[in-house]
Design a protein around this ligand. Structure first.
Ligand code: C2E
Ligand code: CA
Ligand code: CA
Ligand code: CA
Length: 278
């Protein structure tokens, strides 16, 4: 019983307990974060590939943890989705983004859109009503709002998700397909679903200058978007070579660290709205 094996077993059990514990801790902390409103939205510009004109802003959530500092959404959105907390967090993010954009729009009369990420777990009939309510509260014209969704909405309840998206679309809100190119091979859903924009996943942009296959895929997505009259955004543009190639391929707009990282609301306002060139 005092063998090494026993100690090993003990060791692994404790490690596993710790995992379960930290998972539970995270879940509880997330509940507290919802209650105490520990979240903040950062905004990343979407700009024209040709003249860097501001076309939109994507709202990206951050958790300002009281002791751990800024926590990335990649580390808590999956848990929020599993626990259902994503509904409350998502409602908060949508309301906050609409209120902020409405405030900016009242001051600057903007010709751009505000994009908010929506998890498939948020999609139900209550969310349709909530979206309408949020547009009312924030006094935002629906035409400014774009919701970013992923192909995971094709995994389950496709007909129901389609109906919900159509109902939101009837409010005047548009949809962008996020991370495009990484998911399904069947593209027929592009015809069925009310999608007006494709966001080319940054996995294809990353090595676009060195990998002919990535370039070929991006060319194909651009051709597809033009044929179906969809708008396009290339994600994750980090350097001038990538931008130059996207210009050559006639991809209209991009988002990425090369132009700007996501920044807090006041920085976005100061840097991209107040400093507009004459
Ligand atoms: P996403 O929607 O694909 O967002 C783009 C991610 O790429 C963001 O990460 C952004 O900061 C990052 N990014 C932008 N430009 C570059 C670049 O040039 N290089 C690199 N390496 N990365 C770049 P972030 O903010 O950490 O968000 C991660 C993911 O978390 C998002 O991916 C989205 O799926 C999710 N997320 C963020 N906010 C929300 C939200 O409010 N609701 C939901 N449901 N999901 C959210
Ligand atoms: Ca997104
Ligand atoms: Ca994306
Ligand atoms: Ca992504």
């Amino acid at each position: 019983a005092k063998s090494r094996g026993g100690n090993c077993y003990q060791f692994y059990t404790e490690e596993m307990n710790q995992k379960v514990n930290s998972r539970l801790t995270l879940e509880n902390e997330l509940r507290r974060a919802v209650k105490n409103q520990e979240f903040e939205l950062y905004y990343q510009p979407q700009v024209s590939t040709f003249d860097n004109r501001l076309l939109g802003a994507e709202a990206l959530i951050r958790w300002i943890h009281p002791s751990a500092g800024i926590v990335s959404p990649a580390d808590f959105i999956p848990i929020a989705e599993e626990t259902g907390l994503i509904r409350e967090i998502g409602d908060w993010a949508l309301l906050e983004a609409c209120k902020k954009f409405s405030e900016w729009n009242n001051t600057f009369a903007l010709d751009m859109t505000i994009s908010v990420n929506v998890s498939v777990r948020q999609l139900d009939d209550a969310f349709v009503l909530r979206t309408q309510e949020i547009l009312n509260i924030s006094q935002l014209d629906a035409k400014y709002l774009e919701l970013e969704i992923t192909e995971s909405l094709l995994l389950d309840n496709v007909q129901e998700n389609l109906r919900i998206l159509d109902n939101i679309n009837k409010l005047g809100v548009r949809f962008a397909m996020d991370d495009f190119g990484t998911g399904y091979s069947s593209l027929s859903y592009l015809k069925q679903f009310p999608i007006s924009k494709l966001k080319i996943d940054r996995a294809f942009i990353n090595e676009i200058n060195n990998d002919p296959e990535d370039e070929a895929i991006v060319r194909a997505i651009i051709a597809l978007a033009k044929t179906l009259r969809l708008e396009l955004v290339a994600e994750g543009v980090e350097n001038h070579q990538q931008l130059a190639l996207l210009q050559a391929l006639a991809c209209d707009s991009y988002q990425g660290y090369y132009f700007s990282k996501p920044v807090p609301a006041d920085v976005f306002r100061q840097r991209y709205l107040e400093q507009k060139p004459p």
